[in-house]
Ligand binder design. Structure first.
Ligand SMILES: [Ca+2]
Length: 437
């Protein structure tokens, strides 16, 4: 009974693994870290490069404003409609929920009419610049997979810098400059992401495409990740293999899309005119209704899950690795230097698993993830593999008959074959749904 239960569990895993592996090899998504495979030595683990799926990363961030008192409404403040300076009957009041505009309204579910939005104080201290930094922190390295899109409920800012940090906010690098006039604002020639080539894809550009003031139909400002991917993968990203090859071999390219924090530096609000109307400064402020950021946890191709526990993201590491990014080998698995998985060769990549330390050989042959016991063996007390009847060896890697004198003779060989036939039969039954577990 115990044996058949064990075999069923084993078989189910074979079935699930092989179907997932089919998916991985067909689409090259790197979504499976390991699978059980039949080989000459029996059923063994095959390891593959793997990564968590891309998802909406705004659910996991912390937002911080500089200066902290940049949100409107404390004290309550009257502001004017952006398009019409004589409509000054709007009020922002932080202590009245229906009149408040806190930062979480940049990340709530949109689709409401009117939109919900964060709003800054007005430019009442003109000509002192109205500078507001919005810092988004994950406290975890993530890899961006889609465009960053910021929707401004009032006009888009006339000057803004999008920045990134790879070291939890200690140092910052610009991602892109945005201005109504790039030369005037940043002494940079205006460029478009469409101008970028293989050689210049990592250039930091200033763009004038998203700073056209009040246009009601154009509220969104983008940082174009997909256009940069397209430089390698083609216009509809049909050749992801080419992109993955480049990401694998070019560290700068991989790091370019990797962040721990993103900072939006708002430097000048929309004015919609050459001169600022000093009589109506309540017209000028920032208001953001939505920020979209898609990405995945960076797990160095050693995990296909990333958990959010105690307000922190961390990779669920496989391949005998550990750490928030699976950036080192587990204790007792330092038999060779840690290295990240590789996207190559496509489609399964290379896992580059950590292997047992030489000193632990024989005393810690298996771990609690059952990574090392083969042929259905299970780990006993984290110390030794408990093998199925037909198998032996430290990792249950050998058929018993091979150990016996005379090699695989007829009698014992028959026993081993029966065992393997039983396994195959159970697998077939599970596949056809006849065998209920
Ligand atoms: Ca909103």
């Amino acid at each position: 009974m115990h044996l058949s239960g064990l075999l069923s569990l084993h078989t189910l895993w074979v079935t699930v693994s092989s179907s997932m592996q089919h998916y991985a090899s067909e689409y090259g998504h790197y979504d499976v870290c390991k699978t059980l495979m039949k080989s000459d030595e029996g059923i063994v683990w095959e390891y593959m490069a793997c990564q968590p799926e891309s998802r909406d990363m705004t659910k996991y961030l912390k937002v911080r404003l500089e200066p902290p008192e940049s949100t409107c409404g404390e004290p309550p403040e009257i502001f004017c409609a952006m398009g019409n300076p004589y409509m000054c009957n709007n009020e922002c009041d932080a202590n009245t929920p229906e009149l408040a505009h806190p930062t979480d309204l940049m990340f709530d579910i949109e689709g409401r009419n009117p939109s919900t939005f964060w709003q800054s104080i007005t430019w009442k201290n003109y000509p002192t610049p109205l500078h507001v930094n919005i810092t988004l922190s994950w406290n975890k390295t993530i890899e961006l997979t889609d465009n960053i899109a910021i929707t401004f409920e009032s006009g888009r800012p006339e000057q803004m810098i999008l920045e990134k940090s790879l070291d939890y906010g200690r140092t910052w690098q610009p991602y892109q400059f945005y201005a109504a006039d790039c030369l005037d604002a940043f002494r940079m020639e205006p460029k478009s992401v469409k101008d970028l080539t293989h050689r210049t894809v990592l250039d930091i550009i200033c763009t004038e495409e998203y700073s056209t003031g009040y246009a009601a139909h154009a509220k969104t400002l983008s940082f174009e990740i997909k256009d940069r991917f397209a430089v390698f993968a083609g216009p509809r990203l049909h050749n992801m293999a080419s992109l993955y090859s480049q990401l694998d071999t070019t560290k700068n390219l991989r790091d370019f899309f990797t962040v721990t924090d993103v900072r939006i530096r708002l430097l000048k609000p929309a004015t919609g005119a050459t001169f600022v109307d000093e009589q109506n400064l309540a017209r000028y402020f920032y208001a953001i209704s939505d920020i979209k950021i898609h990405g995945r946890c960076k797990c160095n191709l050693h995990a296909n899950n990333c958990n959010f526990d105690n307000n922190k993201l961390s990779c669920e590491c496989e391949h005998n690795t550990t750490g928030p990014d699976c950036g080192r080998c587990k204790k007792n698995y330092q038999g060779r230097q840690w290295s990240p998985g590789s996207y190559l060769t496509i489609p399964k990549g290379t896992a580059n698993i950590c292997i047992p330390s030489i000193s632990s050989m024989g005393t810690n042959v298996c771990d609690n993830e059952l990574l090392r016991c083969q042929n259905g063996g299970i780990c006993h007390n984290n110390v030794r593999c408990q093998c199925l009847a037909a198998y032996t060896g430290i990792l249950c890697e050998k058929l018993k008959c091979e150990k016996e004198s005379g090699g695989c003779g007829s009698k014992s060989n028959h026993g081993a074959r029966s065992q393997s036939s039983l396994l195959t039969l159970t697998a077939l039954l599970a596949l056809t749904g006849l065998f209920k577990i």
